[in-house]
Write a protein that binds this ligand. Structure first.
Ligand code: RIB
Ligand code: CA
Length: 326
């Protein structure tokens, strides 16, 4: 089977890291490059955290590009309250050696890469600052990427940064608006409506530890802090792992379903960062997005755990049903 080529734009971040571990080990994917944007973590920390994942999997062959340190207009606000001051759950992981990012900035790389390449998808897991700047450099980027998937936004689910706004689009609403308006291709929006159903629980970790302790030790370390945050603010046992669902959606279109719509992003005032999904065509504008609204959690957990644990899909599917793990 020919692998699907992807570029992951991310803000590592705990769930970005889980998404990287999933994508880097997935048999159907070829990760061409990782581009980093300020979001969960300040940019230098985000770059370091990207290298933590690449080093863990011995994939330092994959180039890392450093991107925007601040949003296009707003002052930068990190999510270190959620992900820890180190961006990975207060573990302060030390890299075995110092790694160098590529010379080019992330947006310059993306603009140049998509000047010619036409069979690579972009999966954006953070604020869309790099993507918006890359489109400014290369207006054909959206036409040349094979698909564009963004973890972000919210259709009918409540926000996680305000009653109505999700962090990635709240952090840089101007970039999000520019991408929705200028990409020239459907933004496949994997928002809180679907990601909130993907909750990694202590039972998942307990099950995972029975099959593959090496990876699970690392995952347990980085999610402990996330568990505490989720208990305090969302009163759930476990943590919502948003970003891996964007990867899973890209791999298997059956995991999430939704509808096409014109969507805009609020860039100021009380609702800043809100995605306004024009489901009933009030604005009479052509669709620019696919809004994912329902998710088959069993299909997600089966593929995610099969890859992360390097296990047999049939075993995982059977155990998930028997153990009621999703
Ligand atoms: O709102 C959740 C999103 O914001 C996730 O991508 C998380 O990693 C943060 O970037
Ligand atoms: Ca993220």
């Amino acid at each position: 089977m020919t692998k699907k080529k992807i570029i992951i734009d991310c803000d590592p971040g705990i769930d970005d890291t889980l998404a990287l571990l999933y994508a880097l080990q997935h048999p159907e994917l070829e990760v061409v490059a990782v581009t980093v944007v300020a979001g969960n973590s300040p940019i230098e920390l985000g770059v370091k955290n990207a290298f933590v994942s690449l080093e863990l999997l011995n994939r330092l062959d994959i180039p890392v590009y450093k991107g925007a340190a601040t949003p296009l207009v707003r002052n930068y606000v990190s999510a270190q309250d959620t992900h820890g001051m180190d961006g990975l759950g207060e573990n302060d992981f030390q890299l075995k050696t110092s790694y160098r990012v590529q010379e080019q900035s992330a947006d310059a790389f993306l603009a140049d890469y998509f000047a010619s390449e036409q069979d690579t998808a972009i999966i954006a897991l953070g604020p869309l600052t790099n993507i918006a700047k890359a489109i400014e450099r290369n207006p054909n980027l959206g036409q040349h990427c094979s698909r564009f998937v963004s973890m972000g936004g919210s259709f009918k689910s409540h926000g996680n940064c305000s009653p109505v706004a999700e962090y990635n689009y709240w952090c840089d609403p101007h970039a999000a608006q520019q991408v929705f308006q200028m990409l020239g291709r459907q933004v496949e929006m994997v928002g809180l409506d679907v990601t909130r159903s993907i909750v990694l629980t202590p039972n998942h970790l307990e099950y995972m530890s029975r099959l593959n302790s090496r990876m699970v030790d690392f995952i347990a370390k980085i999610t402990r802090f996330y568990f505490d945050f989720h208990w305090e603010y969302e009163h759930i046992i476990g943590c919502v792992i948003n970003d891996p669902l964007a990867i899973a959606h890209f791999i298997n279109n059956d995991i999430c379903t939704g509808f096409d719509s014109y969507t805009d992003v609020v860039t100021d005032g009380l609702a800043i960062g809100q995605t306004v999904v024009d489901q009933y065509h009030f604005h009479h504008k052509p669709s620019n997005s696919t809004i994912l609204t329902s998710v088959n959690t069993h299909l997600f957990w089966t593929d995610f755990l099969t890859v992360i644990l390097n296990a047999q899909k049939e075993v995982i599917a059977h155990d998930l049903n028997n153990l009621q793990l999703g």
